[in-house]
Design a protein around this ligand. Structure first.
Ligand code: DUC
Ligand code: ZN
Ligand code: ZN
Length: 471
């Protein structure tokens, strides 16, 4: 039997092993692993390269409605294009419900935005902002059955924050349906109090964004989310953890046997609150929540990954343009950091940053890199083993890396819709040079060869991690 493609001569790494072997691909799937695989319509020479599972970025925002007058910088086309250049074959954006909206309609709208636009595969998490009886009793259980098997709840943000009672109600539905709840853990009232106080003191520059949501704001909400989940025995994922105190809350819960999972992001490894102190509005480029902290917090996030407290490393890609009144340069009159849209681009730089700073500097192994950026995402969100690994029968979603390529990250190299990268000037060694989706190149030797529509929507199984402790 001839294969469609053989990737020959590379070094393969999965979440558990590193080995030299060839990959035979047929019909978009991995059909064989071994040597002397025989003939193929196309042979891809991967000598000197690493052949890794395509990255899965399970925390991405694109085409999401923002505050009035603010427009997100990426739609599904530009966001998935940037993802592909960054070595990803799949990303999971959020379908955001606004107050009063039907969840089913929200999902329909997101499909309409994504259809025919994507360069890599996508699947949606839901964001529950309006936890009405109808949403919780009818729409949500039906949507979980249809493959929307995870949803995010917010403990802060106007229009999104849920009360503890609402959190408990949503978590109960998750428990009944075996969906996974993702929690944005920051204390809404504490942020409002601190923001008002800073504004009254004239402290309105972007740098005060960090002061308005200090570590206790995140630690308290993390502790509360864990306590609420424990009350009703439901697994939760605490997303975008930024510091030691929140990380230790999660670790303690794990040590008590609770199914509490954690995620961290590049901004908490390589940025600090000092970045928000840029002249004029430059600091706005780094406004995201939770905010970047300090060097000690960076160290804690590394430890969280090294020690398995965090299973996931995601980008929380949430891009706005900088030089744009619809983005970070908010219109005059809105003079405080309060109005700066929260979020930074990162889907294209997530993998090179962790590869270089993590694997390259000996902080994590190559297998941990694969687990944190691909395999664990597939396992956590009901996609494994179709996605997230290199194994016979899995989709041929593959990133080919040049481990020696030295790159200084700069906006000129980026392929998304934003006009800046918060990682400008960071030097990395190792870069994904080709990205293959279901056996076909989307990016080949750093050139775009795919087209919108190559990426498909992927419904998901229920997460095995979402089973309650006592079912
Ligand atoms: N914070 C979020 O919770 N989501 C998107 C971006 C951000 O900064
Ligand atoms: Zn969030
Ligand atoms: Zn987010």
């Amino acid at each position: 039997m001839d294969f469609d493609t053989i990737i020959r001569g590379g070094t393969i790494a999965t979440a558990s092993d590193t080995f030299a072997c060839d990959i035979g691909i047929s019909g978009g799937r991995i059909a064989a692993l071994g040597e002397n695989l025989g003939a193929a319509k196309e042979i891809v020479d991967a000598r000197g390269k690493l052949v890794l599972p395509g990255g899965i970025d399970s925390h991405v925002h694109v085409s999401q409605p923002s505050a009035p007058g603010i427009v997100m910088a990426d739609d599904f086309a530009s966001g998935t294009r940037a993802a592909a250049f960054g070595g990803n074959t799949m990303m999971l954006p959020f379908a955001l419900q606004q107050k009063g909206e039907s969840l089913r309609q929200v999902v329909k709208d997101y499909h309409a935005k994504a259809d025919g636009q994507c360069y890599v595969d996508v699947s949606f998490h839901l964001i529950i902002a309006d936890a009405t009886e109808r949403v919780l009793g009818q729409e949500l259980p039906a949507l979980v059955n249809d493959g929307y098997t995870s949803f995010k709840v917010f403990m802060t943000y106007e229009g999104l924050a849920l009360s503890d009672l609402e959190m408990l109600n949503v978590m109960s539905v998750a428990r009944e349906t075996q969906a996974l709840v993702m929690v944005h853990a920051e204390n809404y009232d504490a942020i409002r109090f601190l923001t008002d106080r800073l504004e009254r003191a004239g402290k309105t520059a972007p740098q005060y964004h960090a002061a308005s949501r200090p570590i206790p704001v995140e630690r308290e909400a993390t502790h509360r989310a864990i306590s609420l989940a424990e009350l009703i025995d439901v697994p939760i994922m605490i997303v975008h953890v930024s510091n030691r105190e929140a990380m230790e809350e999660i670790r303690r819960a794990q040590q008590r046997g609770l199914k509490v999972y954690g995620e961290t992001c590049p901004q908490y490894l390589v940025l600090t609150e000092k970045d928000l102190e840029g002249l004029n509005m430059e600091g706005a480029k780094y406004v995201c929540s939770p905010p970047p902290r300090d060097k000690q917090s960076q160290q804690a996030c590394w430890e969280g990954m090294q020690q398995g407290v965090f299973a996931l490393f995601s980008s929380d890609h949430c891009p706005f343009r900088y030089d744009d009144p619809q983005g970070k340069l908010i219109p005059k009159g809105r003079t405080s950091f309060r109005w700066v849209p929260n979020g930074i681009p990162g889907v294209e730089t997530r993998l090179p940053i962790l590869f270089s700073e993590g694997f390259g500097k000996g902080r994590i192994s190559l297998n941990q890199f694969v687990a944190l950026t691909a395999t664990n995402h597939a396992k956590t969100y009901g996609l494994y083993p179709k996605k997230g690994t290199i194994a016979v029968g899995s989709d041929a979603d593959i990133a080919i890396w040049d481990p020696k390529r030295e790159v200084t990250i700069s906006q000129a190299l980026m392929h998304g819709g934003s006009d800046y990268t918060p990682y400008e000037g960071i030097k990395v060694t190792g870069w994904p040079v080709s990205t293959m989706l279901r056996g076909r190149f989307v990016v080949r030797d750093r050139e775009l060869v795919g087209k919108p529509g190559d990426g498909a929507y992927v419904p998901r199984d229920k997460s095995p991690l979402a089973a309650p402790r006592s079912a």
